[in-house]
Design a protein around this ligand. Sequence first.
Ligand code: ADP
Ligand code: MG
Length: 253
Amino acid sequence: MDTLITKRLSKNFGGIKAVDEVSITVKKKTITALIGPNGSGKTTLFNLISGFYEPDNGKVLFLNKDITNLNSHQIANQGLVRTFQIVKIFRNLSVLENMLVAPKRDYGDSFIKTITNFKKSIKEEKEAYDYTNDLLNLLELSHLKDEYAGNLSGGQLKLLSLGLALMRDPEILLLDEPVAGVNPTLANKIFDILINCRDNFNKTFFIIEHNMDVVLDFSDLIYVMNRGKIIAEGPPKEIFSNRGVIDAYLGVD
Ligand code: ADP
Ligand code: MG
């Protein structure tokens, strides 16, 4: 099943083709990476997909639905979530409280519908609580669930912000350089957690990443961008032996 598809998506900034007819597919339950030199258009592509920019041309399909003309809120509510939308951490609340107050997906249920489904909503509340605890386990934050978020280390805060994003129950999470400035141990841990979410919670991830070690070790498929275009796609081993990819990188370094 294809979770996300773009069709010839394009965006110009004053004559610069930041994103130039980009067609990609992100399959369900994958970690799909987007790499490329600085200025190649990666963040702009994320902004187009998540509704922060309007494309000049092209389409975005999410779960077979055309979402090209929806705004970022509508898109997030459908389950396509970009992490920076949910970074608010309350220092005076505990880890568990932060998880419980994190923005949830608005499935469009009316109040009336909620009270007539009272029993169902109690069951859902229990499920939400179980999901929260499962996530805290997965993030290895369970032992800190009653700790004030303000007392967490930088690494633990990083894990908590990932947890807050997952509380939204996204179908797909778009992460822009999730391990930038993070030490190798924590970077591996974060990607282990993403693998775990993929396998146990059926999550899909589309990730811009500069750390080639983690991209090579953890991604299922890689897209390479250069000057607004996709210049290669394939599994990690194939990508890192691709001449065009190597040239694109050497061109900037
Ligand atoms: P990357 O994330 O791969 O480093 P970006 O998507 O940020 O690349 O940028 C791609 C190109 O688009 C660059 O030339 C950048 O200067 C330009 N660009 C990005 N955002 C804007 C904007 N809001 N206004 C004008 N130019 C932009
Ligand atoms: Mg960028």
